[in-house]
Design a protein around this ligand. Structure first.
Ligand SMILES: Cc1cc2nc3c(=O)[nH]c(=O)nc-3n(C[C@H](O)[C@H](O)[C@H](O)COP(=O)(O)OP(=O)(O)OC[C@H]3O[C@@H](n4cnc5c(N)ncnc54)[C@H](O)[C@@H]3O)c2cc1C
Length: 451
């Protein structure tokens, strides 16, 4: 049986960050990864000769962001794309009304003002909400108070529903009233023309990562841990468990003894949502040159409502749309051809014959992925913000948890994964780990290897 200082389970952003920090501090560290690749939910498909980010794409807000500082220090190129989160105004959005007609300037301005007003009322309703209130409850109360005509209310209601689906992967009635409290965007948003998985790859380079090593059991005591992957066992003073919340919820890893309530409680209370991506490439661009996003309101956008122009990455006209929440789960059951045909017919409702036959497509099914069991965590009804950080443990100083679901400030993001990996390493080393030095070590190592 091999013995280490620390075993890290999972080679996504959080696991690789903590493993790198501990290895830099002189620990013997092994990373056990179930997939045949690293990066986890940062997954770039380069099979077509250009990068397609099937998992994370955006940094949602680069102001005062240590994650952005790391990207910057590693000189990873980025493209400004400040509508990655579900915004109503801001960068050019081509809006279509419920009949599929383009909205003129006045109608668009009215729409933005309507949502702004409803959002202000919503903030008040959230502040006044009681435990047990869902996000649906507070939005309905805000809409009741708006005084808008029923058809205007319908459009905003649908917008709110879609916003929750995109940001949380959940149905609006399953989300706690406070489920979007942490959804603030500070500064520009960016995407990555070389593929976002460059970041975990460069952090993880040179680490002892054992791919296709599926952990099935973690036995722990005050003295340390034994981690089982099939017939193979690994022993260490401690482990950092970074598998997604969906995997912890599924119970495919047995903990012996069982996890205490302090950690098991958050695992059962927090929600794991589904958020899938559909990329479609077209022979020609049929939307405006300056458009960032196409958005269909009302009936026209019941399923396929928002289209993000990501042509800048491949140079080929490409739209990215999302299927999230209950629709995202249902969609996963269908074959690709049916999904793409349905999505394209929604676009033809807006642009009729101008929409050419797709050249290529990419469809994700994160909810069916055994190493993820969903896309990212959210505040399901009955959970609290505290549950995220409580999920990190540690348990008896031997079982640490990291990953997006363990970071309450901005869960469901790459930033959360990075910061939670950093926190786990600092807790284990019992000292702070400077992020500027962390980045400098990565580049210094790369320079040495290049020589
Ligand atoms: C479609 C999609 C779009 C997203 N878009 C964005 C975005 O634009 N911006 C953003 O900031 N965030 C986005 N996210 C969220 C972001 O990708 C995640 O928050 C982040 O990558 C999670 O990192 P992690 O280390 O917590 O988990 P993961 O990356 O999931 O890493 C956990 C690792 O554990 C491994 N594992 C699981 N089970 C086992 C096992 N039994 N044994 C061994 N290994 C195991 C997994 O294979 C995985 O590699 C998106 C996510 C999805 C799915």
């Amino acid at each position: 049986m091999s013995t280490f200082d620390t075993i890290v389970i999972g080679a996504g952003m959080s696991g690789l960050t903590s493993a790198r920090m501990l290895a830099d501090a002189g620990q013997s560290v092994v990373v056990l990864e179930g997939r045949d690749r690293i990066g986890g939910r940062m997954h770039t498909d380069r099979g077509a000769g250009f990068p397609v980010d099937l998992g994370a794409s955006w940094i949602h807000g680069i102001e005062d962001s240590p994650l952005w500082s790391l990207v910057h220090a590693l000189r990873i190129p980025a493209i400004e794309y400040t509508v990655g989160s579900f915004q109503v105004g801001g960068r050019p959005i081509e809006n279509f009304d419920g009949d599929g007609h383009p909205m003129d300037e006045a109608a668009t301005a009215q729409w933005i003002a309507d949502v702004d007003m409803a959002d202000r009322l919503l903030v008040e309703e959230i502040a006044a909400s009681s435990p047990g209130d869902t996000y649906l409850d507070v939005t309905e109360r805000a809409l009741d108070r708006s005084g808008f005509a029923p058809e205007r209310i319908d459009d905003i209601r649908e917008f709110f529903r879609h916003r929750v689906e995109e940001q949380c992967g959940a149905w609006i009635g399953d989300l706690d009233a406070h489920g979007l409290d942490e959804d603030a965007i500070e500064g520009d948003e960016v995407i990555f023309p070389r593929g976002y998985d460059e970041l975990p790859r460069r952090i993880g380079s040179g680490l002892d990562v054992r791919l296709e090593t599926v952990v099935t059991r973690v036995s722990w005591s005050h003295d340390g841990v034994v981690v089982h992957a099939g017939e193979t066992q690994y022993r260490a003073a401690r482990a950092i468990v970074t598998v997604p919340l969906g995997v912890l919820k599924a119970g495919t890893i047995a903990f012996e003894p069982a996890l205490p309530d302090a950690v098991a409680g958050p695992v059962s209370r927090l929600g794991m949502g589904v958020f899938n991506k559909v990329f479609v490439q077209f022979p020609e661009r049929f939307w405006n040159e300056e458009t960032y996003v196409i958005r269909a309101l009302g009936e026209a956008g019941e399923h396929w409502h928002s289209w993000y122009d990501v042509s800048a990455v491949s140079g080929i006209p490409t739209l990215l749309t999302f299927a999230a929440g209950p629709f995202g789960r249902r969609m996963q059951e269908l074959p690709d051809a049916e999904i793409v045909a349905d999505a394209v017919s929604a676009l033809r409702f807006l642009y009729s014959d101008a929409v050419g036959e797709p050249l290529a497509h990419w469809v994700t099914r994160w909810g069916e992925d055994e190493f993820s069991n969903g896309s990212y965590s959210h505040l399901a009804l009955g959970s609290t913000h505290h549950d995220h950080d409580a999920l990190a443990g540690p348990v008896d100083e031997v079982l640490h948890f990291a990953g997006e679901a363990t970071w309450g400030d901005e869960p469901a993001t790459v930033g959360a994964a990075f910061y939670s990996g950093h926190r786990a390493a600092e807790r284990i080393l019992d000292r702070s780990v400077d992020l500027t030095e962390f980045a400098a070590r990565i580049t210094a190592r790369e320079q040495t290897e290049a020589r």
